[in-house]
Design a protein around this ligand. Sequence first.
Ligand code: UDP
Ligand code: MG
Length: 148
Amino acid sequence: MEKTFIILKPDAVQRQLVGQIISRFEQHGLKIVAMKFLQVPLSLAEEHYAVHKERPFFKSLIEYITASPVVAMVLEGPNAIQMARNVVGATNPLDAAPGTIRGDFGMEIGRNLVHASDGPDTAKAEIALWFGDDIVDYQRALEPWILE
Ligand code: UDP
Ligand code: MG
């Protein structure tokens, strides 16, 4: 079973799309195992996006992610990382397929609504950075109807 890290970015909160976006993940069968609502401190934003530090969009990206509260969560399931990326869609909403979150709700790359980990190493590091060990272990009653 794999875990992935998701952020509903400030535009998702401001546009009151939190419920609709979480539903997209839930209806796929991805299991919520951690969630919190927070104003992202500058230090956390810079550490989370450290890989993009030298990119021209870094400053605007940090301003974006710290502009308003976010919802951060950890989702679990078989191949959860790729599944969540599929649900989220391509980075630029212009390229994101209809039916994906970015494809259905987004207009521009700098307002693309959601973050999802891009691989096993980043997922592990991001979950540790944002949640430490605060992952909730529980059983879903419908599990056998979601996973064979
Ligand atoms: N981003 C941007 N301009 C760009 C590329 C990326 O504003 O030209 C922002 C966008 O919010 C994106 C984030 O930086 O989601 C991280 O970029 P990455 O390439 O990791 O995309 P993601 O993994 O989020 O699809
Ligand atoms: Mg990325």
